[in-house]
Design a protein around this ligand. Structure first.
Ligand code: C2O
Ligand code: CU
Length: 542
């Protein structure tokens, strides 16, 4: 029926924000793009037409795509891009996901404006594990540059320095009325007193983790990244690029109007950020609305790491009979991945990074280089020379987090396209170790093809003897993107039950572009149902 097939025409459209007009890349002329509605376990087909001027790919963020990485979307990982004038029919294969996911372009920085929500309802005959809300609303957080986003990327690569920051954050495509020329278009959520609303909040911003809050109202988190959580009631949430939160809002305050607002959370010192709050309005229907502006919610300070980790560390999965926790208890493959900011020497000394260097990022001191043929195709057809399968494994580096400038020997990574091969159904633990190299920051790490259990985190160096004793193996949250705290670590676990090629990267777009990426090849199992399906016939050519 109508929900099972969609047409996505990727094309430019003219949009006016912050008093100026420009062409942006959109899907079907919409920004944010269309919402895809589905029921748990469905497969949806999206016919993607590229009618723009640049290459593009579309990724279904958080959809596991069992045995079918072919239409997962990351360019040069699972496909070559769709060239202008071409079409690619993509499958979205849902399995255990239920809640809020999203889709976005996965080619250069086109996801800045090419993104939208995926809402997965329970199957017929099953219900939400919380009282049915009176209405549901996607809240998509984004980011707006007055200049062309391609130009921001090009300038970043040319100078080797941090990119220009955006001109505003957005709520459902709008900067909100604290920004010039934005008052009449500010997003308004109309509510009835006494009713409950399910906000499906998505952070689609390119570069920043955000705090989000609603004045005078509590928010109860009931889900994240397409799975349910134990209810968690808070004044604010912290949401990384890539993450989603399902939040219940009760319209139980004095009828009137209230701001909802998002602001940047950034632990990096010395990094510029946009400090103007983006706002939308919660307005009670049928009541006199004061002429004075609504009051702003209280949000943590932009560098309040404790506020950030306090929220993130409080999430728990439901772990009940209907939503069991399947965290692997015995781990066969233990990996430690050091994720860090780095620098490269600059050819003619013209770079504008720290000490005239060029900024880079790395995992285990390898800065990922994108191949020119996708890794999936090279793996499937045995094309050599595209990637290496020797992603390094080494004992944790020990960082002195009290030193402002750690030893330089850690600072210059090597370039490479290395993946790690995992046996089918192996149990995997990855400890992401953050560093303080080149003004470290939190890194929202995202894995394609899987959800993972977040079993532990801490500040400082991971201690392989002590820290695992404190893991939560009872009700850890099941997520697909997790912010690793600055100067700290986060441990995740999953079972490699989905054969294919799966990208893993920091979801801050600049870090992805600089090389904080790698991929897993998960081998086929013995049974035919444990093996990758063959490719569709219309894969874009390389
Ligand atoms: Cu949200 Cu690799 O992506
Ligand atoms: Cu990062």
């Amino acid at each position: 029926a109508s929900t099972r097939r969609h047409t996505f025409v990727v094309r430019e459209a003219s949009y006016t924000r912050l008093c100026s007009t420009k062409n942006i890349l959109t899907v079907n002329g919409q920004f944010p793009g269309p919402t895809i509605y589905a029921k748990k376990g469905e497969t949806i087909i999206v016919d993607v037409y590229n009618r723009g001027k640049q290459n593009v790919t579309i990724h279904w963020h958080g959809v596991k795509m069992p045995r079918y990485p072919w239409t997962d979307g990351p360019e040069y990982i699972t496909q070559c891009p769709i060239p202008p004038g071409s079409k690619f029919s993509q499958k979205i294969i849902l399995s255990s996901e239920e809640g809020t996911l999203w889709w976005h372009a996965h080619s250069d920085w086109t996801r800045a404006t090419v993104h939208g929500a995926i809402i997965v309802y329970p199957k017929n005959g099953t219900k939400y594990p919380f009282p049915k809300p009176n209405a549901e609303v996607p809240i998509i957080l984004g980011e707006w540059w007055k200049s062309d986003v391609n130009a921001v990327l090009e300038e970043m690569l040319a100078t080797g320095a941090d990119p220009n920051v955006s001109n505003s954050y957005l709520i459902n495509g709008q900067p909100g009325d604290l920004h010039p020329c934005s008052k009449s278009s500010t997003f308004k959520l109309m509510v009835n007193h006494g009713k409950t609303y399910l906000l499906r909040i998505i952070n689609a911003a390119l570069q920043d983790i955000l705090f989000f809050s609603i004045a005078k109202h509590k928010m109860t988190v009931v889900g994240t990244d397409g799975s349910y959580t134990k209810p968690l009631t808070r004044d604010y949430i912290t949401i990384s690029p890539g993450q989603t939160f399902d939040v219940l809002l009760e319209a139980n305050q004095r009828p009137g109007h209230y701001y909802m607002a998002a602001e940047v959370y950034s632990s990096a010192h010395g990094v510029k950020y946009d400090n103007t709050t983006t706002t939308a309005i919660v307005q009670y229907r049928g009541y006199y609305t004061p002429t004075s502006p609504p009051s702003l919610p209280h949000l943590p300070e932009h560098n309040d790491t404790n506020a950030s980790v306090h929220f993130t560390g409080s999430l728990r999965s439901l772990a009940d009979a209907e939503h069991p926790c399947n965290v692997p208890l015995n781990i066969g493959t233990k990996l430690i991945y050091t994720i860090s900011m780095n620098t490269f020497p600059c050819a003619n000394n013209s770079c504008l990074g720290p000490n005239k260097s060029r900024l880079a990022t790395s995992i285990n001191n390898i800065s990922f280089q994108s191949p020119t043929i996708d890794i999936l195709q090279a793996y499937y057809y045995n094309i050599s020379g595209v990637y290496g399968d020797k992603f390094p494994s080494h004992p944790p580096l020990v960082f002195d987090f009290t030193a402002e400038y750690p030893p330089l020997k850690y600072e210059t990574p090597r370039k490479g396209t290395e993946v790690r091969v995992l046996e089918y159904n192996s149990t995997v633990e990855i400890v992401f170790q953050g560093t303080n190299l080149v003004a470290g920051t939190d890194h929202p790490m995202h894995l394609h093809g899987y959800s993972f259990y977040v079993v532990g985190w801490g500040f400082g160096n991971f201690d392989k003897n002590r820290d695992p004793l404190r893991y939560n193996l009872v009700d850890p949250p099941l997520q697909n993107t997790i912010a690793v705290p600055k100067n700290g670590w986060t441990a995740i676990r999953f079972k490699a039950s989905n054969p294919g090629v799966w990208f893993m990267h920091c979801h801050l777009e600049r870090h992805l572009s600089w090389g904080m990426d790698t991929a897993f090849i998960v081998k086929n199992g013995k049974h035919p149902e444990a093996q990758m399906l063959p490719p569709p016939s219309d894969m874009p050519p390389c």
